[in-house]
Design a protein around this ligand. Structure first.
Ligand SMILES: Cc1cc2nc3c(=O)[nH]c(=O)nc-3n(C[C@H](O)[C@H](O)[C@H](O)COP(=O)(O)O)c2cc1C
Length: 151
């Protein structure tokens, strides 16, 4: 099965998970680079505002077409109980192209449900969803959850 891992990560938490998933599934990997600056305090505030308003922003050129893959793993951090704007934008830009998807989501503590709901509305129903806190990812406390997510 041909798999693609697509993710956005502002502070490398989701990135760590994305790279682990890609390694275990032998998938191609696409990191989303927003053309909007979400760094620093101003970027944090902009991120929250853009996520709440379901804003679609421009992304740097993509390497892969999700339509070429049997399974696409879609990952992002929670921003204000919504998917981070770069990943949400990717879903809207590629609407109708996904055959099978699984979501992996990271958050400080909460907002997983709202994030999953908005990701599903912008793509398709996921086969599985992996929700992990920042702490679980940092401390490598995700082996069992990841194994069942990848089954
Ligand atoms: C703009 C913004 C909004 C956030 N909103 C939430 C939130 O609603 N709930 C939560 O638990 N964490 C929230 N966080 C924290 C991130 O989801 C969390 O730190 C995540 O693991 C970061 O992943 P990353 O390093 O891949 O960007 C927010 C972070 C940012 C930048």
């Amino acid at each position: 099965m041909k798999s693609l891992v697509v993710y956005y990560s502002r502070t490398n938490i989701t990135k760590k998970l994305a790279e682990t998933i890609a390694g275990k599934t032998d998938a191609d990997i696409e990191e989303l680079i927003p053309k909007v600056n979400y760094n620093g305090k101003i970027g944090y505030a902009r991120g929250g505002k853009d996520a709440i308003s379901s804003k679609v922003i421009d992304l740097e050129d993509l390497k892969y077409d999700p339509a070429d893959y049997d399974m696409v793993y879609l990952g992002c951090p929670v921003w204000a109980s919504r998917p981070a704007t770069p990943l949400y934008s990717y879903l809207k830009i590629n609407e109708g192209k996904f055959k099978n998807v699984k979501f992996f989501i990271t958050a400080g503590s909460s907002g997983f449900e709202g994030t999953e709901k908005h990701m599903q509305e912008a793509s398709i129903k996921p086969q599985k969803v992996l929700n992990l806190t920042t702490k679980e990812v940092k401390k490598d406390l995700f082996e069992d959850k990841l194994a069942s997510f990848l089954e």
